[in-house]
Design a protein around this ligand. Structure first.
Ligand code: PLP
Length: 428
């Protein structure tokens, strides 16, 4: 497989783009080599500028749950395009998408659309502060909630990949109200409440996907919610990655816990820039124009994005692929373990619904510290072997692989062969 055209574009891109990418997770910093440049995608496949075809387990970091260019989504986008691109005024489809979201999440009466997961989360924090009248927020080490100042601490994802503890340029004042707790450790949350009486809430990835996939221990979220309510604080569940992906009603439906404020993104935009935050009426009524918490956006509720979101969620509901995701993920877990075992390699596989990834480590991975024990050099070897066998994975040990409903039996057979070859290469 050659990557000559990607290499050429990378060199060209370096002149006017930072690192030739528009998001650092797309750089191949921790696996070596240069980023691939993509030309097109359809269904379960993505094609680079050298005409190499890959089975796509990145899916644009989650949104493309139906696979690329689903015909119903594409039809809806084309139809919307004919009416205009953005109006700075309300449209019928905003109401339609809002209803789909509110019907899916029992804890959401009203929703506000924004343009990204980052915006959804930073607005949700402002709302939690507005509602409780308190300033501090607790986040968990290894959870990523977008790149707003207050949350760029111990943030997993690209920061973990680049081994950065936080970000330069974030003033001390911006993070002074951010407290860090350990995932799956309720005592580390309680310790903060023992010291501070102005904590507005806790934000959590219900299934962490940004330190690799890490699951909450049984009842962790329920216990957390009960404790927070006893302290008059809110549970903010960041379902930007898991919303409509773990189940139609998000990870909350699977785990049987309802957030006070829910953040959404990725899948709800069907591949276009959409985020959202929602909650019960009494909380959402704090938001302008009904209340005094200000949040706005020129392109929020963009008509093309709304059309793509409605078509994606409608088709997703019809397909109901969640049982199939479970079966494919179980098969993938067994395949990874079997091939690793065959070549004497230690791995741990974590998965939840359509999110999965292997960690090149022993034992178990239940938090960021354990995830960081992984051998990233082994991952790099594995990654490149997979690429060269036509399997597109995130270029980082600390990112989840995603499944789409467009994966075929043939794709899985090819994936199995590639994993065998890649594990063999790691063993060398
Ligand atoms: N929250 C979570 C859980 C995410 O995984 C991400 C992105 O990966 C974000 C928030 C930020 O979303 P965006 O990249 O759309 O700003």
């Amino acid at each position: 497989m050659n990557h000559k055209n990607s290499e050429k574009l990378y060199q060209k891109g370096l002149k006017h783009l930072v690192g030739a990418v528009n998001s650092p997770v797309r750089a191949f910093a921790s696996v070596g080599g240069n980023p691939l440049f993509i030309k097109k995608a359809k269904g379960s496949k993505i094609v680079d500028v050298d005409a190499n075809k890959y089975i796509d387990y990145v899916l644009s970091y989650g949104p493309m749950i139906l696979g690329h260019r689903h015909k119903k989504v594409e039809k809806a986008i084309k139809k919307a395009l004919k009416n205009g691109y953005t109006f700075g005024a309300s449209t019928k489809n905003e109401i339609k998408l809002a209803k789909i979201v509110c019907d899916a999440f029992t804890g959401i009466d009203k929703v506000r659309f924004v343009n990204s997961g980052t915006e959804a989360v930073l607005s949700a924090l402002r709302l939690a502060r507005a509602y409780t009248g308190k300033d501090k927020i607790i986040k968990f080490s290894g959870c990523y909630h977008g790149h707003s100042d207050a949350l760029l601490v111990a943030a997993g994802s690209g920061l973990a990949t680049l081994s950065l503890p936080g970000s330069k340029g974030v003033p001390e004042g911006a993070v002074k109200n951010t407290l860090i707790a350990n995932y799956n450790d309720i005592d580390s949350v309680k310790a903060h409440f023992d010291k501070h009486d102005d904590i507005a809430g806790v934000i959590i990835e219900p299934i962490a996907g940004n330190m690799g996939v890490v699951l909450p221990q049984e009842n962790f979220l329920k216990e957390l919610k009960d404790y927070l309510h006893s302290k008059n604080a809110l549970l903010i569940i960041d379902e930007v990655m898991t919303g409509f992906r773990s189940k139609f009603g998000g990870a909350q439906e699977v785990l049987g816990v309802e957030a006070d404020i829910t953040c959404l993104g990725k899948v709800i935009g069907g591949g276009f820039p959409v985020g959202a935050y929602g909650a019960r009426n009494e909380i959402m009524e704090m938001v302008a124009p009904l209340g005094g918490m200000y949040q706005a956006g020129t392109l929020s509720g963009n008509p093309i994005a709304m059309a793509a979101g409605i078509a994606t969620l409608t088709e997703l509901k019809k397909q109901n692929p969640y049982q199939k995701f479970e079966e494919v993920a179980l098969w993938l877990e067994n395949t990874l373990l079997e091939k690793a075992n065959k070549h004497n390699i230690d791995i741990v596989v974590n998965r939840f619904g359509s999110m999965i990834n292997p960690f090149f480590t022993k034992g178990k991975v239940t938090n960021f510290e354990e995830a960081q024990q992984s051998d990233t050099e082994k991952f790099a070897v594995f990654f490149w072997e997979m690429i060269n066998s036509g399997i597109f994975l995130p270029p980082s040990q600390f990112e989840a692989w995603f499944l789409s409903s467009s994966l075929s039996e043939k794709d899985l057979e090819k994936t199995e062969k590639a994993i065998d070859k890649a594990m063999k290469a790691v063993a060398k």
